[in-house]
Design a protein around this ligand. Structure first.
Ligand SMILES: Nc1ncnc2c1ncn2[C@@H]1O[C@H](COP(=O)(O)OP(=O)(O)OP(=O)(O)O)[C@@H](O)[C@H]1O
Ligand SMILES: [Mg+2]
Length: 112
C-alpha cells in the first residue's frame, strides 16, 4: 500500500475530488495547509490577490491505496490539478505498512 499526498491549489479541490471519485477512490483526507515551493519570497496569485509572503494557502489531500492503482491515482490528480501556472503543487508517494478499519478489525488492503 502507498500513501499519495497531494498539495494542490484550493480552488482545484472539487475537480480533483470528482476525478478521484470517478476512478473509485473510497476515502480521502483533506487538510487546509500553508506552504511554499521554489518561488519563496516571490509573488503568487491566490484568489486574485498577490501574496508576497512565504506561505500560500494550499490543500493537502491524503489517499491510501493499493500498489496496483497508485500510478492511476497520481495521474488522475496530476491532470485534474494542473493549470500550467506556478504553484500547481506536488504529489508525494510513500509506503504504508498497515491499515486498520476500527469498526471491523480488518487489516491491510481489506481495510482500505
Ligand atoms: N520539497 C517540498 N517539500 C514539502 N512540501 C513542498 C515541497 N515543494 C512544494 N511543497 C508544497 O507544495 C506547495 C506547492 O508547491 P509548488 O507547486 O509551488 O512547487 P514548486 O516546486 O515551486 O513548483 P512551481 O515552480 O510549479 O511553482 C507548496 O506551497 C508546499 O506546501
Ligand atoms: Mg512554486
Amino acid at each position: 500500500m502507498k500513501k499519495v499526498e497531494a498539495i494542490i491549489k484550493p480552488f482545484k479541490l472539487d475537480e480533483v475530488k470528482d476525478a478521484l471519485n470517478e476512478i473509485g477512490i473510497q476515502g480521502i483526507t483533506v487538510s487546509e495547509i500553508k506552504g511554499f515551493g521554489r518561488q519563496k519570497g516571490h509573488t503568487e496569485l491566490y484568489r486574485g490577490a498577490e501574496y508576497v509572503v512565504d506561505f500560500i494557502p494550499k490543500i493537502k489531500m491524503e489517499i491510501i491505496v493499493s500498489d496496483d492503482i497508485v500510478s492511476k491515482v497520481v495521474e488522475t490528480i496530476e491532470q485534474a490539478a494542473k493549470t500550467g501556472r506556478i504553484g500547481d503543487g506536488k504529489i508525494f508517494v510513500t509506503p504504508v505498512e498497515e491499515v486498520v478499519r476500527i469498526r471491523t478489525g480488518e487489516r491491510g488492503e481489506d481495510a482500505l
